[in-house]
Write a protein that binds this ligand. Structure first.
Ligand SMILES: Cc1cc2nc3c(=O)[nH]c(=O)nc-3n(C[C@H](O)[C@H](O)[C@H](O)COP(=O)(O)OP(=O)(O)OC[C@H]3O[C@@H](n4cnc5c(N)ncnc54)[C@H](O)[C@@H]3O)c2cc1C
Length: 284
């Protein structure tokens, strides 16, 4: 059977060694992070690369730096490690929840934040909408240097990322906002989400929404911001029922993706309920 284990895997001892190996390997070589997506390629009937560069032993890719104005997260930080590191930072509740609710504990101990953002075909990634609503940027490394870009831009280019490039870090600004992650799993837990709504808001002196970011995941093939709902929320107090009604009026801009588990229309139908739940959690 053709499995990742039967392919050639190079365990890179340093970032430079990884970049060299990726560059030399060209299009037939890819990074191997937690392996939770790559290992299931045969189940999805997808071809494997002929060579992988394992990046899990590179120290700087495991670093989490908390500064006064920014948090930087290395691409090989696992969901579990990220959730622990951010627990004491309430402005990142959305990301802590995303990292600690995805999949199940065994997977969370392996799956990386970089893999979550880089996996092109994975519509249900929990950290992608969380980081979109936090205005995250990513740093891409290659033999020739570093390049920084917004996460929204990265999502449009990740499938055509030139060989030899590696997502190195995620950079998240600190803005003291209230944030929340609402997800609807198919069953109770340990499951891909039907839909995800992530929110980050700042409030003015009288409690009205000053800035709003809303990001939706798992509904369409790629997570994205819900800008019309963001604009609607600004200038109003947090009111879960009102926001859900507004969301119901705006949800027709989404085209839900069909899958064997859920029809596309259902993913769109549940959005107002998730908005209601998210706003109610923020208001509490
Ligand atoms: C049964 C199951 C259920 C899951 N459910 C969820 C869920 O509900 N929500 C959720 O968020 N996650 C879930 N996951 C985890 C999900 O697979 C990972 O979050 C992620 O998509 C893959 O991360 P990884 O580190 O395992 O990446 P890998 O499998 O190692 O790699 C995935 C892809 O990303 C590329 N890649 C990895 N790292 C980098 C990098 N630094 N730079 C450039 N490219 C890179 C690889 O080359 C490959 O193409 C689930 C996993 C399983 C097995």
């Amino acid at each position: 059977m053709d499995t990742p284990a039967s392919r050639s895997v190079y365990v890179a001892p340093s970032l430079m060694a990884a970049l060299d190996a990726l560059d030399e390997g060209g299009a037939e070589t890819a990074p191997f992070a937690g392996g939770t997506w790559i290992m299931r390629a045969p189940i999805r009937h997808e071809p494997l690369k002929s060579r992988y560069v394992a990046i899990g032993k590179i120290p700087e890719l495991h670093a989490i730096k908390v500064e006064a104005d920014v948090v930087e997260v290395g691409a090989a930080v696992t969901h579990a490690a990220l959730a622990v590191a951010l627990t004491e930072l309430p402005e990142f509740d959305v990301l802590t929840a995303a990292a600690s609710r995805s999949a199940n504990p065994a997977i969370r101990g392996m799956a990386t934040i970089g893999g979550n953002l880089a996996t092109t075909a994975f519509a249900a990634a929990d950290c992608v909408p969380a980081l979109l609503c936090l205005d995250a940027e990513v740093e891409i490394a290659s033999r020739n240097g570093r390049e920084r870009t917004g996460l929204e831009q990265f999502l449009t280019m990740r499938s055509t990322l030139a060989p030899g490039r590696l997502l190195q870090r995620i950079i998240v600004p600190r803005r003291g906002r209230k944030t929340v992650h609402a997800r609807l799993p198919l069953r109770q837990a340990g499951d891909y989400p039907t839909a995800i709504v992530c929110l980050a808001v700042s409030l003015d002196d009288v409690g009205d929404v000053q800035t709003a970011r809303v990001a939706v995941g798992s509904v369409e093939p790629v997570a994205r911001r819900w800008e019309r709902l963001e604009a609607t929320l600004v200038g109003h107090p947090l009111n879960a029922a009102w926001a859900a009604e507004a969301a119901a009026g705006l949800a027709d801009e989404f085209t839900g993706r069909d899958s064997v588990e859920v029809p596309g229309w259902y993913r769109v139908r549940v959005l107002p309920g998730l908005v209601r739940r998210a706003i109610a959690a923020l208001g509490s």
